[in-house]
Ligand binder design. Structure first.
Ligand SMILES: C[S@@+](CC[C@H](N)C(=O)[O-])C[C@H]1O[C@@H](n2cnc3c(N)ncnc32)[C@H](O)[C@@H]1O
Length: 282
């Protein structure tokens, strides 16, 4: 079988599951097995592939048909233009979360400090922390997670990106491990309501429940984070956290309750959904 035929077989199999991205996913799986980039794949479409490669591609396609997320199969996900190792121990970084990184970079510039201390709570794969460290050279970052297994993945990612000394990892509950004052607190904590968890897409249900479950109203962890942040933020300082669009007005109320004199703004993602809250403490 040549590469083109293998690609067609894989995408037809994936199409049976109703996937809209069947062709693209087939390409990703094939390139993962053959360890080639896109250019090489198109160049070598007429080349034969070995029986071993063809059976490896077939077994990955089977896993995908069983709704295992593509990123867990390949073990890598791109975020903020950077590659991140992922496993079933971490949430797969989402494109909409890049909004938090964009906003934090802007805020870091406007704080105008020589050294900026950033805390990323619920770091998971470390995608936010790594992206910030690379884009804010004056930052020192502490990345916190309650999951030891997630921190092992974040450790991998900080090392791969050469950030071992710039990002400290701490295991703990929200801000409990943080002693020093924080200039920028950034967080994508779980915010899905507990009663909605069972109705999630099958791929999402493969992700760790500790990365999804936001308690009875979805805002439980965010509420606790804001409560803890009151004594830990610098002035001026910035808090940025991701939300579900349905939670925007409730989240703003919480910010006003814990930080009555701060400026609170709801930020929209590229799909025009209210996706994050920015709190400027002055
Ligand atoms: C939605 S995931 C976000 C992961 C990553 N920051 C991202 O945006 O891709 C939430 C993360 O928060 C962590 N987490 C859940 N409860 C926590 C808590 N009480 N304290 C610290 N981290 C927590 C989970 O283990 C998970 O890694």
């Amino acid at each position: 079988m040549n590469l083109k035929e293998a690609l067609n077989v894989a995408s037809e199999e994936l199409m049976k599951t109703g996937s809209l991205d069947a062709k693209l996913e087939a390409e990703v799986l094939l390139r993962h097995v053959l360890k080639i980039d896109r250019a090489a794949m198109f160049r070598d479409l007429d080349e034969d592939i070995s029986m071993e490669d063809s059976s490896n591609i077939a077994s990955l396609v089977k896993r995908r048909i069983k709704r295992e997320p593509l990123a867990y199969i390949t073990g890598v996900k791109e975020f903020y233009g950077l590659p991140f190792v992922v496993s079933e121990d971490v949430l797969i970084p989402r494109q909409e979360t890049e909004l938090l990184v964009d906003a934090a970079i802007v805020q870091a510039k406007s704080l105008g400090k020589n050294q900026i201390s950033i805390v990323d709570v619920g770091t998971g794969s470390g995608a936010i922390a790594v992206s910030l460290a690379l884009n804010i050279p004056t930052s020192s970052i502490i990345a916190v997670d309650i999951s030891e297994a997630a921190l092992a993945i974040a450790d991998d990612n900080r090392r791969t990106h050469g950030l071992y000394s710039r990002i400290k990892l701490r295991r703990g509950n929200l801000l409990e491990p943080i002693i020093d004052k924080i200039d920028i607190l950034v967080s994508n904590l779980p915010y899905i309501r507990s009663d909605k968890l069972t109705s999630l897409q099958e791929e999402v249900l493969r992700e760790p429940v500790v990365a999804l479950d936001g308690g009875y109203d979805g805002l439980e962890l965010i509420k606790r984070l804001l409560f803890q942040a009151v004594d830990k933020m610098s002035n001026p300082g910035v808090i940025l956290f991701e939300i579900d669009p349905d939670q925007a007005s409730e989240a703003v109320k919480l910010c006003q309750q814990f930080f009555p004199s701060a400026i609170t703004t709801v930020l929209k993602d590229l799909s025009n959904n209210e996706r994050a809250v920015l709190l400027e403490i002055r």
